[in-house]
Design a protein. Structure first.
Length: 135
């Protein structure tokens, strides 16, 4: 019963985060961090960001094994920030912006997992990993 109650609480947290993120978007408008546009209100932008973070954490705990993917994405946030606009523009070459953007956002995010793993292995400085060479 305790595990069931925990899952129900995580579902409530996930749905609350989803609702709060949507409300923040509805009242704040579009946010484009790549050009320092926080929408209509910076406070709503930050609140929506925190709500989205809580929502993703609750979802990863609900799914169980998704912690590894979330951990990889969190380690490679700087890579995502650097390249997400390029991938978005690439997707828009083939598909016009539409309501399917939420699907493309999820696909683009998952496409970053192998890119981050590649950078961690061959370009560790890009993800903040310093290798000290000893002689």
């Amino acid at each position: 019963l305790n595990e069931w109650g925990c899952k129900v609480m995580l579902l409530v947290v996930f749905l609350s985060g989803l609702l709060l993120t949507y409300v923040c978007y509805y009242y704040n408008g579009d946010v484009a961090l790549f050009c320092c546009d926080y929408g209509g209100n910076m406070g709503l932008c930050l609140l929506g960001g925190v709500a989205g973070t809580v929502m993703v954490d609750a979802l990863s705990r609900l799914l169980g094994h998704a912690h590894r993917v979330v951990a990889i994405l969190s380690r490679g946030t700087i890579i995502i920030l650097g390249f997400h606009k390029l991938l978005i523009d690439l997707v828009w070459v083939f598909f016009a912006p539409s309501t399917a953007d939420i699907f493309f956002a999820a696909v683009i995010t998952l496409l970053f997992v192998p890119i981050i793993l590649l950078c961690e292995r061959y370009f560790p400085l890009m993800v903040g990993i310093y290798r000290v060479r000893t002689s």
